[in-house]
Write a protein that binds this ligand. Structure first.
Ligand code: UT7
Length: 328
């Protein structure tokens, strides 16, 4: 048996910054409301010629450099995204081509904001089984392309960005590596957070475009409540399953949707602010990219180092949720 570790990480955000004050000129909102209700101050917006695969490729290239792996070493590319370049082919295939990976399989997975945790769990399973040695796992989004910039209840929340990790084989005796994952989903909540048109149920038509059905819709209040409950439960259950006290966790890296959601979870688990990673003030909610971007920054800022126990937890459309435990 083998274990899987994160060997290197990367991230990329587009240059353009959209602040809360900029949004005040676009919809009926204000910096004070956005800051107190969400914690977000600004977000990044992809340039017109940038798509999800471009962001993903930049983050992935940096992760490969940090990991010290060559293109021929990568066995598989998994991209978690809800904003693929096309309905098909997979964004992972475009990334594979851009990076010139000669032997890599390519697949996208769609679990909304929980996508990166799901993708990590799949990479972990491939590596632990002995099937693969090095997997590129990417969370990348250009949410600005599915955001309705006339809807103040959603447009203040989202941003663009990408984070990537090289997940690699190590010996079972290594103390570093993934400890476990806990994943969940409940499709009865599908229409609380979704893009109603553009798929096989409501294919693109003049009518769907006129009715703005290709944009993200969210029932924020209902989503908020389920997010707090399921994320807290996912964390509690994975810690219990592995007999780990919350006090042993050096840093929680939660999905960055809303500071109030993050604070509620930390309070429920009795974990102080200093042990919770927050960077949503800079990037907003970048869906599947929030966790790799937050973990990347936590490592770069020295908030966690080799040997530390990190707990990741996410929640998103579907609904989906998931938690993962990792010793760096
Ligand atoms: O990543 C996937 C998971 N996503 C989430 O977990 C997001 C979950 N939801 C949320 O983060 C919050 O529900 C929001 C930030 C979206 C909204 O916060 P809220 O505290 O739930 O506000 P609300 O929807 O209950 O709205 C309160 C008031 C309403 O006015 P009335 O009805 O009280 O007069 C809204 O119309 O705030 C109004 N409002 C705004 N005001 C200024 C809604 N959006 C805005 C806005 N600016 N942008």
């Amino acid at each position: 048996m083998y274990k899987a570790i994160i060997k290197g990480m990367g991230m990329y955000v587009p240059e353009k910054v959209l602040t809360n004050h900029d949004l005040e000129k676009m919809v009926e909102t204000n910096d004070e409301w956005i800051t107190t209700r969400t914690g977000i101050k600004e977000r990044r917006i992809a340039a017109p010629n940038e798509s999800t695969s471009d962001l993903a490729t930049r983050a992935a290239r940096q992760a490969m450099e940090k990991a010290g792996v060559k293109p021929e070493d990568i066995d598989m590319v998994i991209v978690a995204t809800i904003t693929p370049d096309y309905i098909f082919p997979a964004t992972a295939a475009l990334v594979q081509n851009a990076l010139g990976l000669p032997h890599a399989g390519t697949v996208d997975i769609e679990a909304a904001c929980s996508g990166f945790i799901y993708a990590l769990s799949m990479a972990n399973a491939y590596v632990v089984s002995g099937m693969y040695k090095n997997i590129l796992v990417i969370g990348a989004e250009t949410l600005s392309r599915i955001t309705d910039w006339t809807d103040r209840t959603t447009c203040i929340l989202f941003g663009d960005g990408a984070g990537a990790a090289v997940v690699s084989r190590t010996e079972a005796t290594d103390t570093s590596g993934f400890i476990g994952f806990s994943l969940g989903g409940d499709g009865s909540y599908a229409d609380l957070l979704w893009v109603p048109a553009g798929g096989s149920k409501n294919p693109a038509s003049h009518e769907t475009v006129d009715n703005r059905l290709h944009y993200m819709k969210m029932n924020g209040n209902a989503t908020f409540k389920v997010a707090v409950r399921t994320m807290a439960e996912a964390l509690e259950s994975i810690l219990k399953e592995h007999h780990i006290d919350p006090g042993e966790v050096k840093l929680i890296v939660p999905h960055q949707a809303n500071l109030r959601i993050i604070s509620a979870i930390a309070e429920r688990l009795g974990i102080g602010e200093e042990r919770v990673m927050v960077n949503l003030q800079k990037y907003g909610n970048t869906s599947s990219a929030t966790i790799p971007m937050a973990l990347y920054e936590a490592i770069e800022e020295g908030r966690v180092k080799k040997g530390d126990l990190v707990a990741m937890v996410a929640f998103g459309g579907g609904f989906t949720w998931g938690a993962g435990l990792l010793r760096l």
